[in-house]
Structures are given as C-alpha cells and as structure tokens.
Design a protein around this ligand. Structure first.
Ligand code: PEP
Ligand code: MG
Length: 541
C-alpha cells in the first residue's frame, strides 16, 4: 500500500479502481455515417498520410537517433499491417461509425486488454498502437476532450484536467477525481464539486497506478493506492457513516433558511450546466445564485447560436418556476478557452482578456447572449449579472448594449421582463467603487475566488501557493464588509457566490456582516442551511 497526501477539494469517500488519463490520448465523438465508402476512403487516406509522416521521421532521425527512429519504422509497419487496418475497417462497416471514433475505440480496447501485462514487448506494441491511433485521430480531425471512462465507475487520476474535460465527462462513471495541478478554487475543482464527487489536488500522480485499487479520502486529502485490507475495511465503514450523515442532512431539505433569531437569509445554488438543475431542487435551494454560463461555449467548434442559448435559459427559467435564477454572463478567457475564440497568446491570461472584457470585445457574442437571456426572462424569475467588472465605463457600455437589445426585442414584439441585474465583485477595483456600482444595479455578488486571487496577487490555481492562498485573509474579510456596507447604503442586496460562501466556519461571520444571501454548490446547500439555522444573531459576541 502507498499513501499520498494532497488537498481535498470536495469531501466524501471513494473506493474503486484508478483510471489514469493522459491528455495526449485524443478522445473524439461518435456519430453515425451514411456514406461508408467515403468513411473507409478517408480512413485509408489518413493511414497513408500517417505512414508517410512516420517514414519521413525515420529517415530524418535514423542516423543521429537510431533507437527512436526504429520506433517510427515499427509504427509505420503496424499501420501497414493488415490486422490493424481490418479491425478499424470492419468497425466502420459493421457499426457505421466515423473513422476517428473507430480508431479511438480500437485503441482503447487494446490498451485496456493488455495494460496489466508487464511483458516489455507487449507494452511496446501497446504504446505503438496508442501513438499511431492518436496520430490518425489527429489527421482525421474531430478531436474532442471527452474522456472515455469505460463501463465501470472509476477514480480518475490525471496530471491536470481542464474545465472542458470535466464538463464532458459522464459523471455516472466517476467515483473520484485526483489531479496533480489545480486548487480548491480552480474551475475544474469547482465543477467536480458541483458533480458531488470527492476530489483531491496536489497529489504526485503516477501512470503505473492505472488499474490499481485505491481509496480516496476527500476529508483529509489522502489517496491510498493498493490499500491493505484494514484500510479497505475502515473506509467501507466510514463510507457508510458518511452516507448516514448525509441522510441526516437531507432532513433539512424543506426547512427554512432562517437564523435562530428569525432572520431570513437567501440560500442559493451555484450550477455549471443544465444537468445540475435537478440537484438545486433536490437540496431545496432557494434558487440559483450563480449559473456559470460557460458550459454552452466550451468543448465545441464554434460560438453557440442565440436560439441554443435561449432554449437553455428557458429551461432554467421554467424548471425554477418562481425561484430566482441568476445567469452570470459568460466568463471566458483565462483558463476557459475554446479554439474558436482565437484569443491571442497572453503572457498573463488571468489578468488578460477575460470575462466582461472579452464580451465587450466580442459584442456580437455578448449581444446574442443578452438577447437569449431577455427572451427567456418571459418564462420565469431570471436575473443576470456580469463577471470581472472593474470600472463604471464597462457598465456604461453594458447599459448601452442592453438598451439596444431591449429595443430590438420590442420592435419585433418579442416578450421579455425587465429583469434585475447585478454586478460580480471580483476585483479590488470593484470593491473600491462598490458604492458607485451599487447605484447601477439591484444586487452585488461577491466572487471571492477571483477576489482573493486578485487581492493577494496569487494565482488561485497554483498548487505551489497552497497554504499561502488564504481566502480568510483579513484583507478579503474587510473587503466583504466594505461591499456589504456600500451595497446596503445604495439599497442593493449583497450575496457571496464564491467558494467561501460554503465555508461553514464563516457562516456566522458573514451573517453578522449583514450578507443577505449565500450561493454554494448544490451539495453544500444543506451543510450551510444547518450552520445558519444554528446561528443566533441576537446574542452579541
Ligand atoms: C468567483 O470568482 O468567486 C466566482 C464565483 O466566479 P468563478 O469561480 O466562476 O470565477
Ligand atoms: Mg470569478
């Protein structure tokens, strides 16, 4: 048994087998093809291109680096071998699937079948299969970041995972996520939290763990690889206890969000896709305090169309009914990239063209989203807020665009509501001008993940800053207080929607500051409800 300690980003216990994921293993989408002859032709052309590339690589390297060059030659031969070709051709023909998908499936089947065999010649052949398959998939195009988790739920181990990769995963097949990079407030971790999956970061991972048994302790941040019997038995018991504790919490699903002395607090959920809507209702949240709208923009090849956005927001509005649903306009850039956005390389993307700046830069994209939100507003209780605001000038521009959007809808007789708008307070600049900002909207929402990052000048994703990135820093606490006071002075409600809102050690502090509402991942709604129901604000400290 080996024991590794990292940082837990979502609690819970998982016991199962490890699936080691390496990003170079391209994953692609499956679709049915009608013209099989063409698909076979495309596959064959890609195969010949790959053979040509590999033979050129062999020629170029055979003198200086003969061992590696021989690998290229072996791979070219494998591509020319009848068995590899036939396996893929027969899958395309019989199952009528696209060539890239057939190559990927063949690759994954071979790798899964032989991965536990240690014979060096077999491992070498498997590596060659993996590499030629990836080469072919690259030539055939259609790469997508969907990770194939297989049939049995696994503990996914990876050096790093992007928000897109997390988003595309089949969460039914995930027991836990363990990565080397990331932090508790990195976007990938937040998504894993929303999926309610125990997750650890900052673990030195090893590709040899693939297929090994493991235990993930999402309370202490510990990973046990090949756990011995005692550990397994202990964690089986803890998993059951965990389940029981969760069942106790579930009794609070229909209780009010009211302190002992009777103050009503808004308790909302943060979600990152339509799949999470059911958890908002399941845990009895008051609504959605933060809908991270990026899910329709990531993991695809082009901008989403207005109608697609509209249908999603309409579904949110209708599902939530009278409950509030706050859509955060899209916060792309930095760690949330898509090729089609074509954002030029930036030295410091976290401080670059992201959030509202990107939207104001891509007005067509922004307008399409605003139109979609307004159109959907007729179907429920929507509100909207803007991320990464740092100046009043940005608000001037937004207000102008909104006026145009509304005029356009009126002209066409499309119904919409004058929904409430809000500003996310995520930059120190926004804190300092929060009074001016509060005059322009009906609520402020503190994004403490980014606010901490920009206040401390510490990258929220950098594992080396673990122990230094301190979201309880007095500067952050003082800023929250300032924003509450500024917001209230202008008649604005103030919410916290960053991860800090779920920190029950701070619930009482926030309530005493006068915070009106908290918005947390769905799985944290009940623990926070418990904490606020145990708070008595009439008792002075
Ligand atoms: C935040 O920064 O606290 C926030 C809620 O936004 P995100 O985590 O999506 O950047
Ligand atoms: Mg943010």
């Amino acid at each position: 048994m080996e024991i590794f300690r990292g940082t837990a980003t979502f609690s819970g216990i998982a016991i199962g087998k490890i699936l080691y994921y390496q990003r170079s293993d391209y994953q692609i989408r499956q679709y049915l093809v009608s013209n099989i002859k063409k698909e076979l032709g495309d596959f064959n052309e890609a195969r010949l291109t790959a053979v040509r590339q590999l033979r050129e690589l062999y020629e170029r390297n055979c003198i200086d680096n003969s061992a590696q060059a021989k690998v290229f030659l072996d791979q070219a031969k494998l591509l020319e071998s009848g068995s590899f070709q036939r396996a893929i051709e027969s899958m395309i023909t019989l199952e009528k699937v696209n060539a890239a998908y057939a190559v990927m499936t063949n690759r994954d089947e071979l790798v899964t079948t032989f991965r536990r065999l240690e014979e060096p010649s077999i491992q070498e052949r498997i590596n060659n299969v993996r590499e030629i398959s990836n080469r072919l998939i690259g030539i055939l195009g259609g790469i997508s970041p969907k990770i194939n988790l297989g049939e049995t739920p696994v503990i996914l181990v990876a050096d790093t995972l992007s928000p897109t990769e997390i988003m595309e995963m089949d969460k039914e097949q995930l027991l836990a996520v363990v990565t080397h990079s990331g932090s508790s407030v990195s976007h990938a971790s937040i998504m894993a939290k929303t999926m309610e999956i125990p997750s650890l970061v900052d673990i030195e991972i090893n590709d040899e763990w693939d297929g090994c048994n493991a235990v993930v302790d999402g309370y202490t941040g510990t990973l046990y690889v090949n756990p011995d019997r005692e550990i397994l038995e202990e964690y089986e018991i803890r998993r059951k206890a965990d389940k029981k504790e969760r069942e106790e919490l579930l009794k609070l699903k229909t209780e009010k969000d009211r302190t002992i002395d009777g103050k009503e607090i808004g308790l909302y959920a943060n979600i990152g896709s339509l799949d999470d809507l059911s958890s908002v209702l399941f845990y009895g949240a008051g609504g959605i305090g933060l809908l991270r709208s990026e899910f329709q923009y990531l993991g695809r090849e082009n901008y989403p169309r207005e109608n697609e956005l509209f249908l999603a927001y309409k579904k949110v509005a209708e599902t939530m009914g009278d409950r509030l649903a706050v859509i955060r306009t899209v916060d792309l850039g930095a760690d949330k990239q898509a090729d089609y956005l074509d954002i030029p390389d930036e030295t410091n993307p976290i401080m670059g063209n992201r959030g509202i700046r990107l939207c104001l830069d891509r007005k067509r994209m922004f307008k399409a989203q605003l139109r979609a939100i307004y159109r959907a507003s007729a179907y429920g209780n929507l509100a909207m807020m803007y991320p990464m605001i740092s100046s009043e000038e940005e608000m001037d521009e937004i207000e102008e665009i909104i006026a145009e959007v509304k005029a356009g809808l009126q002209e066409k007789g499309i119904p919409y509501k004058d929904i409430r708008t809000g500003i996310m307070i995520e930059t120190p600049a926004a804190v300092m001008i929060s009074r001016e900002l509060a005059r322009r909207v009906s609520f402020l929402s503190l994004g403490t993940n980014d606010l901490t990052q920009y206040t401390l000048a510490m990258d929220r994703q950098n594992p080396l800053l673990k122990g230094k990135y301190n979201d309880h820093h007095p500067a952050v606490m003082r800023m929250i207080r300032m924003v509450v006071e500024a917001g209230h002075a202008e008649g604005c409600k103030v919410c916290i929607c960053g991860e800090l809102a779920a920190d029950t050690a701070l619930t009482e502090t926030f309530l005493r500051m006068g915070v009106d509402s908290l918005s947390v991942v769905p799985a944290c709604v009940l623990p926070v409800r418990k904490a606020l129901r145990e708070t008595d604000l009439s008792v002075s400290l």
